[in-house]
Structure formats: structure tokens, C-alpha cells
Design a binder for this molecule. Structure first.
Ligand SMILES: *Cc1c(COP(=O)(O)O)cnc(C)c1O
Length: 445
């Protein structure tokens, strides 16, 4: 397509595709007087450190997901560490975790005396590749951590099959994908245990907070003993744990702040409805771009019975070969000129961070990552090609919180216009930098 006056790229002096004021289109979480009243009640009662509201929040969660046990945490990181501990991960053990994720999906294993073996991701789902798990299992492997990355449900069926065959536990990290569905089943309830962040930037955003959900009483009780001393009582079922009631086995304190719990109860009450509106808006955006070369939604096909949840930090998949080799870096530069702050990349591959290579965190005389494993698991990092290259094939898209077709159409046009004018962008394309993306991102919009 040739550049007419109206579709001349804004980067070259044309009119911007995005002109309308987004208003509160991106505002998240949605806070109303209901949240304010719930938070004030906790503050006025001086109940910030109690557990009455948190336990009601846990009840709400059990009812919502249809699980037997839910346990609130001060954040998602501690919920994940407790999920690992709940699964029996301890000294000398290994967990398998994707390299492309936020660090808390795997790093808490270190402080349990265990280590991480990284697996590669699938370039379409951006989640752990079920075909890259089995050859990484060793005699000390205890669990597989699955992350439903950026809201996309990971392919759980083959992962559960591998886990059952090798007697491993499966931990679902649902931090990006609350409310998501895999073949009719709710995310977080398919593996042995689900754990998630509810930090303010996430899909289910309540302030700092985490939740662990499971149908397994043993996992629940072990998870509780790690950092919930006041709830670790002699009434615990496990005879092994009973003698230690009263003190936290991990030496941690993981209780949820009750202002978070109170806001969480309100947020959860409205979550399904708000999540459905996000899905409607995001699917409309991607439907508008369906025929545009080079760009594809990171979304599930509804025919499979699976649905993205939350759409946290929503992304698009980029195919430079359909756009004359245009780099995603140059593509995003042009979209930014149209009025949306697009950026390329995903979380940087964890296996490339020095903490996972040579850091001796606990003064054991060798890198922590291998100190308690029976083998040098770092050697397995030589085979993670998708994780290492994926940043050049992914870009950020608007994370709409409301279905407002007129504004969404403008945003979609910004991407369409840029892709359709790719030939003009090729001459000034500097290519991608050697490294981009960050080890952790904190995205509010
Ligand atoms: C945010 C996040 C966590 C950690 O949660 P916090 O509440 O920030 O401690 C864990 N896993 C993933 C995938 C996350 O994005």
C-alpha cells in the first residue's frame, strides 16, 4: 500500500492514528467507594494484622475456584515458595521452570535448598513447552512450575501426563492469568497446587498479596507451616508436623495485610465481570487486526474451550519475515509515534542472569545453583533457543479494561497503519539491540 496523506506514518510527519482521550480505559484496578469502605473498616477496627478478613477472602477464593483449600500470603513470591515447600521441595531437589517468566516463579527454590532447571518456552503460547520438559528431569526433580504467561493458559494436559509418569508435582503460577480457562477448567486448579500474585500491577490487583489454592490437604498444611505461625496449631492433621506447632518451620512470616484482604474481597466480587469486559475489548482489538501481516494476538482460540485470563501485560506476536525483515524495535518506534507506547520483548531469560550462573548466595563455596544439586544443571542452559530469541518476536499492546469500540479502533489502526507501511520503515531500521527486555517489569497500564 502506498502512503496517502491520511495514512502517512506519524514517524514521518503524518497524522497520529490515536487522537481520542482514553480516559480511564487503562485505569487498574478499578477502585470504588466499596473498596474504600472495606479498607477503612479494617483501619478503624485496628484489624490490619488480624486474620478474620483474610479467612473470609480465602473462603471467597475457595468458592470461586471450587477448591478445598486457599491460603492468603503477603505476596505472590511467598505463596510460590510455600507451594514449592508444600510439594516437598527441599535440600538437593530440582524444580523445572520456564526461563521466560518473572523471577519468583523459580528463584524461591534457592532458599529451600533446592535449585532450578530451566525449560524452553513455546513461541506461540510463550508458556513452558511440554516437549522440552522430560529430558530435563533428573533423579532429584520434584516439581514442574507452569506459568500461564501474560494471561495465556499453558498446555496443561501433556504437562500433567509427564508429571504423573515421573511422580512429580505441578505448581501453577497464575499471577498473570486469574480467571483464565484451560479446556473448561479454571487455571490454578489443574495442577497439584496454584499460587499467584495479586500485586497492584497484576490482573487481580488488591495491593501486595498472594494466594495459594489446592485440593491436597498435605500440600496445604505444609504450605501453611512455612510462614503462618499463628495458624500452625496442634489441630493440624499431619502427625509429622504436629510437634512443631506454634512456630513457622521456614522461619518466615507470610501473613496477608488485611487492608489487602478487604480490598481483595471487593475486587474478587467484581472480577469475573471486569475480566469478561477486558476479554471483550482485547478480542475486539485482535479481531480488527486479524488480516494484518506480521501481527498476531497472543490469545487462545475459543474453539479449544480455553480462554486467556486477565490479559496481564498483554502482548502481540511479531513475525518479521512477513514484513520484509523489519525489526520489532523499528516497528515499535513507529507505533509510538502513532500514540501508543509500544515496546518489544518479554522478561529477559532468567538462565542468562549471573545469579543463576555463578552467585554463591549462601557461602557454600560454589554457585548456589549447583551447590545442592547432584549435577551441574547449568549445562542444560545451552539448549534454550526459543527463550533466547523470543524478545525479537513479541511486542506490547494496549491492555484495555473497557469495551469502547471507537477508541479501540484507533489503537488497532495505529498497529495496522504501521504494519501496512513497513516498506517505508526498512531504510531507517537499526535492527534489534543485542539485549532488550528487563529482568522484571512493573507495568501499570
Ligand atoms: C508478579 C509475579 C510473581 C510474584 O508476585 P509478587 O506478589 O510480586 O511477590 C510471581 N510470578 C509471576 C509470574 C509474577 O508475574
Amino acid at each position: 500500500m502506498t502512503a496517502t496523506t491520511t495514512n502517512k506514518l506519524a514517524l514521518f510527519g503524518g497524522p497520529k492514528a490515536i487522537t481520542l482521550d482514553p480516559g480511564d480505559l487503562f485505569t487498574w484496578p478499578i477502585i470504588t467507594e466499596e473498596d474504600e469502605a472495606a479498607a477503612l473498616d479494617v483501619l478503624r477496627r485496628g484489624a490490619m494484622s488480624d486474620s478474620d478478613v483474610t479467612m473470609k477472602f480465602e473462603d471467597d477464593f475457595r468458592a470461586w475456584l471450587g477448591v478445598k483449600h486457599a491460603l492468603g500470603f503477603n505476596n505472590g513470591t511467598s505463596a510460590l515458595q510455600a507451594a514449592m515447600f508444600g510439594c516437598g521441595v527441599g535440600s538437593g531437589d530440582e524444580i523445572i521452570c520456564p526461563s521466560i517468566t518473572y523471577w519468583a516463579s523459580g528463584l524461591p527454590s534457592f532458599s529451600l535448598g533446592a535449585t532450578v532447571v530451566f525449560a524452553d518456552i513455546d513461541p506461540e503460547t510463550l508458556c513452558i513447552n511440554p516437549n522440552d520438559i522430560e529430558h530435563r528431569i533428573g533423579p532429584n526433580t520434584k516439581a514442574i512450575v507452569v506459568v500461564h504467561y501474560y494471561g495465556y493458559p499453558a498446555d496443561m494436559d501433556p504437562i500433567m501426563e509427564i508429571a504423573r509418569k515421573h511422580n512429580l508435582k505441578v505448581i501453577e503460577d497464575v499471577s498473570h492469568a486469574q480467571g483464565g480457562i484451560y479446556k473448561g477448567r479454571k487455571l490454578g486448579t489443574i495442577g497439584d497446587v496454584g499460587a499467584m500474585s495479586m500485586m497492584s500491577g497484576k490482573a487481580l490487583a488488591i495491593g501486595e498479596g498472594g494466594m495459594l489454592v489446592t485440593n491436597d490437604l498435605d500440600i496445604y498444611e505444609r504450605a501453611l507451616t512455612l510462614g503462618h505461625y499463628e495458624r500452625f496449631k496442634a489441630s493440624i492433621h499431619s502427625d509429622k508436623l504436629k510437634p512443631y506447632a506454634g512456630l513457622p518451620l521456614g522461619g518466615y512470616k507470610y501473613r496477608m495485610h488485611q487492608v489487602s484482604a478487604a480490598v481483595g474481597r471487593v475486587q474478587l466480587r467484581h472480577y469475573e465481570e471486569r475480566n469478561a469486559e477486558i476479554a471483550r475489548a482485547m478480542n475486539y482489538f485482535w479481531d480488527l487486526l486479524e488480516s494484518v501481516p506480521g501481527l498476531r494476538g497472543h490469545r487462545t482460540d475459543p474453539k479449544t474451550g480455553s480462554f486467556n485470563g486477565g490479559w496481564y501485560s498483554a502482548r502481540g506476536l511479531y513475525s518479521p519475515e512477513e514484513l520484509g525483515g523489519l525489526s520489532v524495535t523499528r516497528f515499535c518506534e513507529a507505533v509510538r509515534a502513532e500514540g501508543f507506547a509500544a515496546s518489544p520483548g518479554v522478561n529477559r531469560p532468567l538462565h542468562q542472569h549471573p545469579l543463576f550462573k555463578d552467585a554463591d548466595v549462601y557461602a557454600q563455596g560454589k554457585p548456589t545453583r549447583i551447590a545442592e544439586a547432584g549435577r551441574d544443571v547449568r549445562a542444560l542452559d545451552d539448549d534454550l533457543p526459543v527463550s533466547e530469541g523470543i524478545a525479537t518476536r513479541v511486542f506490547t499492546v494496549p491492555w484495555f479494561k473497557h469495551y469502547r469500540p471507537d477508541v479501540i479502533e484507533e489503537y488497532a489502526n495505529a498497529f495496522r497503519k504501521t504494519a501496512e507501511n513497513y516498506l517505508e520503515l526498512l531504510p531507517g531500521d537499526p535492527g534489534n539491540p543485542a539485549v532488550f527486555g528487563g529482568w522484571s517489569t512493573f507495568i501499570h497500564k
